[in-house]
Ligand binder design. Structure first.
Ligand SMILES: *Cc1c(COP(=O)(O)O)cnc(C)c1O
Length: 388
């Protein structure tokens, strides 16, 4: 008999540095008495991230959503933007806030990222940019997308909210496209409580982004554009800066958890894992997605999701429903049938993964999934036996 967990196991749990280390850091804030508006720790954090991402073109924000909104605004994106419906809703919201029309196209079936062929088919005279998502930290097909962007003279802006620490061919993922947005939200693998960052190719954007996130102030007496307030504060920067020191350790712990899940679940009928990533990709193990095929597994994705809750396991159905199916976007016309995205959204389930989830806990989650299937199949075969 497999028991439920004593405490709820959520899909994620934020990492916190040792309290003493954080308290020591707070002393610096108290000494400086400077809490926000490009304060010293924010400045230092920005330099650390510049080093980490090997670019001077870094701009920090109070969250990823505003970073993306301001990035689109700063680059003057308008008209139509081709994007994915299989993402967190903020990707599309950022377009809406800039009065840009989202054009949803399908994803590819292995890694769930935007399908370049379908992108090309969706380009119209109004298209100005492509906004793909490195969903679950899986790199998009960056070369094919760059090629399309070049041929059609479109801007390429990545939602890299999930992709902190991911590298392609030994280059940070931040170096692909014209701009990338990273989220440092507490639920992400790397966080600053809340926070966001843009990296970009054109260094001329730096001052525009700085104006836009600070009301458009150029100096005490000049306001050069109608900006908003999207500045990172010292508490966020302190947390982010500290956690950066633990990043490699955090990714390594997740890698081990992923290994257990993959070992235990890969042979189960009706559960599909993401194929191994190309050899030149360094992955961050941000999420642990599985696809549940009801016919083969015996239980629907939604039933498995509910059953797991009875064992105190709170998996999540990211990303279901698709963004185009939310009531606020239902009026957006969608030409692509979104065949793959619809299928994936109906099957996807994200299993718990975070740095202090023990390997035993991961084993127990697998035991429970396997047991639920066995129970269901046993139940089905006894029903079958009763009928004959
Ligand atoms: C979390 C997330 C965002 C928004 O980031 P916040 O920092 O929470 O504002 C945007 N896009 C994706 C894909 C996300 O997962």
């Amino acid at each position: 008999m497999i028991k439920a967990f004593d405490k709820p196991i959520y899909v994620t749990r934020p990492f916190l540095p040792p309290l003493e280390e954080f308290c020591n850091g707070l002393k610096e804030i108290w000494d400086n008495h400077w809490l926000t508006n490009d304060a010293p720790i924010v400045q230092r954090f920005c330099r650390q991230l510049s080093n980490y991402f090997e670019t001077d073109n870094v701009c920090l924000f109070n969250n990823g959503t505003l970073a993306l909104q301001i990035g689109l605004e700063g680059m003057g994106i308008a008209g139509e933007v081709i994007t994915t419906p299989f993402t967190f809703v903020a990707t599309t919201h950022a377009l809406f806030w800039n009065k840009i029309r989202p054009v949803f196209v399908d994803i590819e079936p292995d890694y769930y990222t935007l399908d370049p062929e379908k992108v090309e088919a969706a380009i119209t005279p109004w298209t100005t940019a492509i906004l793909p998502v490195h969903v679950f930290g899986h790199p998009c097909n960056v070369h094919a997308l760059a090629d399309i962007a070049r041929r059609y003279n479109l801007r390429l802006i990545y939602d890299a909210a999930h992709a902190f620490g991911v590298r392609i061919g030994n280059r940070s993922i931040a170096h692909f496209g014209n701009m990338s947005m990273f989220s440092f939200h507490a639920t992400k693998l790397y966080h600053s409580i809340e926070g966001g960052m843009l990296t970009f190719q054109d260094s001329g954007l730096k001052s525009i982004l700085d104006y836009l996130k600070n009301f458009g102030f150029k100096n005490e007496v000049e306001v050069v554009m109608p900006g908003t307030n999207a500045k990172m504060n010292e508490m966020q920067a302190l947390m982010g800066s500290m956690i950066l020191g633990y990043l490699d350790e955090l990714i390594e712990k997740r890698r081990k958890i992923t290994e257990i899940y993959r070992e235990r679940l890969s042979s189960i009928t009706g559960i599909k894992l993401v194929p191994s990533l190309p050899a030149d990709v360094e992955y961050n193990h941000a999420y642990m997605p599985i696809e549940v095929n009801e016919k083969e597994f015996g239980i629907s994705r939604d039933k498995l999701y509910e059953e797991l809750k009875k064992y105190n396991i709170y998996a999540r159905r990211y990303f279901y429903p698709l963004i185009c199916d939310f009531s606020c976007y239902r009026s957006v016309s969608v030409k692509d049938p979104l065949t793959v995205a619809r299928k994936v959204a109906s099957r996807i389930l994200i299993l718990p993964i975070y740095c202090d989830l023990s390997l035993n806990d991961a084993q127990q989650i697998c035991d429970i999934i396997i047991m639920l299937q066995a129970k269901e199949l046993g139940h089905q075969s006894s029903e079958f036996a009763a009928k004959v």
